[in-house]
Ligand binder design. Structure first.
Ligand code: SF4
Ligand code: SF4
Ligand code: SF4
Length: 178
């Protein structure tokens, strides 16, 4: 009887250790340093302006970086402009291409400003903002955290009372680094 109990205890212990090792393995973050594909995507992403505007046709800069790593054209980021094309061409050993005009045009750095006395507190701009740069609560006035705003313009169209202006930045201090 004692032998059976000891065997059962040992078996449960071994199972616990095995599950623990499996869980640790599943929870381990992706090691980009040991994954050449991920490392390349990170390198490409670091060249992109992190505006998260979606003009490239992807839902953010990193998805576009992943697509470029798979062979997509490097000329689809209007906020990055010609400078970004040249940096990407150099990184990837590709020919620089002219900017894809269908994606839009490069603009000077912009910042969203809410005309707060007109805001109805609908929260649609908060939902649209890809970088959580807008604060406010339902039915209360909303405001933009200037240091977080990338100037992506994604909050402008959803505003039902058209009370968000895009204004030129006085300097580029509020453009987030990658
Ligand atoms: S167009 Fe450029 S800045 Fe905008 S999401 Fe795509 S890569 Fe990022
Ligand atoms: S506040 Fe508007 S313009 Fe600024 S990052 Fe958010 S969605 Fe883009
Ligand atoms: S979308 Fe316009 S009205 Fe709605 S919370 Fe934002 S700024 Fe205010």
């Amino acid at each position: 009887m004692l032998l059976i109990m000891l065997s059962a205890t040992f078996a449960l212990g071994a199972l616990g250790v095995g599950c623990g090792l499996l869980l640790r393995r599943l929870n381990r973050p992706t090691d980009t340093a040991n994954d050449p594909g991920e490392a390349l995507i990170e390198q490409i992403n670091a060249c992109l302006p992190q505006t998260q505007c979606g003009q490239c046709g992807h839902p953010g800069c990193r998805p576009y970086a992943a697509a470029i790593a798979e062979g997509e054209a490097i000329n689809r980021c209007p906020p990055g402009g010609e400078d970004t094309i040249i940096v990407l061409a150099d990184l990837l050993g590709r020919e620089p291409l002219p900017m894809d005009a269908e994606r839009g045009e490069q603009k000077p750095p912009m910042l969203a400003v809410i005309r707060e006395d007109e805001c109805i507190g609908c929260t649609k701009c908060i939902i649209a903002c890809p970088v959580d740069a807008i604060i406010g609560a339902s039915k209360y006035m909303h405001t933009v955290i200037a240091s977080e705003c990338t100037g992506c313009e994604l909050c402008v169209e959803p505003c039902p009372v058209d009370c968000i202006d895009m204004v030129a930045m006085q300097n580029d201090a509020t453009v987030r680094a990658g």
